[in-house]
Design a protein around this ligand. Sequence first.
Ligand code: ZN
Length: 576
Amino acid sequence: MQFSIETSSPFNPKGGRAATIAPTDCVIVPVYAQRKLGPAGQAVDALLGGALIAALARHDIAEALNSVLIVPGNDQVARVLLIAAAKAESADPAGQSAAAQTPRRRGKAASVTGPELHRIAEGAVIAPVSERAFSELSRAAFRAANTTGAKKLLSLLAEVPVGVERARPLAWNLQAQVLSAHDATYRFDRLRSTTEPRHEVGAIALAVPPADATAATLALRRAQATAMGVTLARDLGNLPGNYCTPTVLANEAKALAKRHGLKVQVLERKQMQALQMGSLLAVAQGSDEPPKLIVLEWRGGGRSEAPIALVGKGVTFDSGGISLKGGEGMDEMKFDMSGAGAVLGTLAAIASMQLPINVVGVIPATENMPSGRAVKPGDVVTSMSGKTIEILNTDAEGRLILCDALTYVARFEPSAVIDLATLTGACVIALGHHHSGLFANTDGLAADLLAAGRDTLDTCWRMPLDDEYQEQLKSPFADMANIGGRPAGSVTAACFLARFAKGYQWAHLDIAGTAWKSGAAKGSTGRPVPMLTQFLVERADRNSTPAHAAKSPATAAKRGPKPPSRGPVRAPRDGA
Ligand SMILES: [Zn+2]
């Protein structure tokens, strides 16, 4: 799917009411409360001799939100896809008299997107929609467009003001459109012998006012990189265990490194033995597939800048081991490498953006299988840190491979470490499928991840990590047990990991409830690639904004010596 920014459009003020539109198969036009068109829609309507307003006056579009109506067009615009951005009969701020509009109300309704769109919306007083509503609207629009014969689309959805509590910039609107378009058309059929031919939109042009073109182009580049990362994570997650082995994950990492210019290293069993990763190797010993420890490095930042480390659980199939799982739904344990997939997806996204930041990705990859060699309940193993672990349940294997990866990652002297793992069913019981569980030993890191989640609708919820819970991990035979019983199962899992993450700022994301969906829509979601990518973009922006240092000279002075050089000057990036 090709995306582009289109400035020769109804947003172009030079076009006046009769807009100039490059020939296209389909224009997506939002319809607001009371079946009204915004300025961009009115311009398209003028181009079609009033066909849109006539159809709306006949109530041809249904009442419900996200209802769609396709109106035939002309030689220039083959068809128009009208989509209801508000319920037809909901309140209509535009219909009120100008005197009735308090300045505050006008200001709130008009506070949208780019500077030029801001001006347009201010004139029209279009009520803003919530972030989630806009995301749903975009998905519905692109899904519907996919069912027409259109190959080339022009979307006017940038006109819709987003953010009821806080106005979202144009970059937000565009990223939501790109991610929704990808989601609406995603399919995984590489393992079918025949695929039913499906019509697909080939090119999507996102209309913006000419004044916003530069910011929009940068935002589009970032959005496309994020979408590519999400798709990679979804594809890897959906691949079954007989296709996606630790070796295949390692090869995928190598291919990714080649494609995007990352450094890659794959540690084999022998090297893990030399590093005394007794906990990771204990999980791997029951499988015929060799384990891999994958290490990827993106060095986009300054030479002396400490990296952020992402550690992803890569259990390519989790049978539970000797503590074998029940048969029902066991196929979904192919998704137990979703943390690894998200690390690869996030690195692909930031490398493709050429993000000026240093990031290390570490993936312990193995199967968890029962066999004559498999680790048994009651076995005591020695982790890389030297601490001993009594394995009471071999199905609590994620923490056993992560603890050695967390010890290993310290050698990169990271500024922060974030691990992501489909770790516990208990987290699904606690939070369901909406929020990922967030645990952190540092408030600042937690706050940044929570904010990045809200910004991308890929949310997490902070959970406790109090020392009191550590009591549950006591073992009469070793330094600790690998499980803490049923109460607060996701918390004691995080507490286990916390013991190995004492030397740095650390956060743990339990994505067991969010990385994939069950039921009819079974499949990987690609979460939390959007959240992590956003987090890293924010960190990179913060690092590279000179204003940041200038704004707080006191803090800069306190830090003492001159900050490390940022290396070569990079292309300007979107500050949104
Ligand atoms: Zn398990």
